[in-house]
Write a protein that binds this ligand. Structure first.
Ligand SMILES: [Fe+2]
Ligand SMILES: [Fe+2]
Length: 292
């Protein structure tokens, strides 16, 4: 039971979360690790219900679900609620079987070292802010008709903390720059080249550059990320003649923009301890063939 199921974006999709937990149990994984856009929306009732449902299913299956934050997770609230509740490995305990890995968190499972760096840029920031503004307007109108309800709309759909700042990243790397075997991020490193890249935009590059910087500092043998909603494998240089295998994971089927990816493309069984043979160049990369 020592393996870990690495999962792409879930976007709060309860059915998909439950399916992943079943996949984990079938594949001897006692842990699921979701690489962001998990659906940390505890500022909403539905978000709290989702956390409860994941926790219950994980408990029944004997699995613990971990996640790092994506651009669509309200990580400020996770810190507010759970900073005072770390587990023995430093994860924040949102529920007994549901735990959050804050940015820069490091840990070791079965002799394999990991680090998590969440965050990314939302390319739909404008639309999300416009929806928040519309909701505020509707609420103001209701107040005009005598309703005393004053709903909070700012920070409901777009989260200002979505990207790491350069200063935040520098602080994290200054605190610990030692290498890891496995790096987990939400965003892609700038240099990886998926077949479809819906984040190939100027506004996205600063955060991709940050992930590239993390990768070149920590020199993992493998990096898993989500955010693009695309399954691909690549191998890129991480400095000093070393190479890192990049595994991009697809997302939950309901949010997927790509017909060619199904739920099997959204997860990867990482056997622990990770054999960790370092790729010695692009020729060593063997892209996993995708099921037809
Ligand atoms: Fe996503
Ligand atoms: Fe994302």
């Amino acid at each position: 039971m020592g393996n870990v199921l690495i999962a792409g974006d879930l976007h709060g999709n309860t059915a998909h979360a439950l399916a992943l937990i079943r996949v984990a149990a079938r594949n001897d994984c006692e842990r699921v690790f979701a690489v962001g856009d998990f659906g940390a929306w505890e500022h909403m009732h539905s978000g709290r219900r989702y956390f409860d449902a994941v926790n219950r299913a994980a408990k029944r299956a004997g699995v613990t679900v971990y996640f790092l934050d994506g651009n669509h997770d309200k990580s400020s609230l996770l810190h507010e609620l759970y900073d005072e509740h770390p587990d023995d490995e430093g994860f924040l305990m949102c529920r007994k079987h549901l735990r959050y890995a804050p940015r820069g968190h490091r840990w070791t499972w079965e002799g394999t070292s990991f680090a998590a760096f969440g965050g990314a840029r939302s390319t739909d920031k404008g639309r999300r802010l416009a929806r928040e503004a519309r909701k505020a307007e509707q609420a103001a109108k209701r107040r005009g008709y005598g309703s005393s309800k004053r709903p909070q709309t700012a920070g409901m759909l777009w989260f200002p903390e979505e990207e790491m700042t350069d200063a935040e990243l520098t602080g994290l790397l200054d605190a610990d720059s030692s290498p890891v075997d496995v790096l987990l991020t939400h965003d892609k490193p700038r240099a990886s080249q998926p077949k479809w890249n819906r984040k190939d935009k100027d506004e996205c590059y600063p955060n991709q550059d940050r992930i590239q910087r993390v990768m070149r500092t920590l020199r993992p043998s493998v990096l898993f990320h989500g955010h693009l909603h695309v399954r691909y494998t690549d191998t890129i240089a991480s400095g000093d003649g070393q190479w890192t295998r990049i595994e991009g994971l697809a997302c939950d089927p309901e949010a997927s923009q790509y017909l060619q990816y199904s739920s099997e493309h959204s997860w990867y069984v990482l056997q622990l301890p990770y054999a960790g043979e370092r790729a010695d160049g692009p020729a060593a990369a063997e892209p996993r063939s995708l099921p037809a």
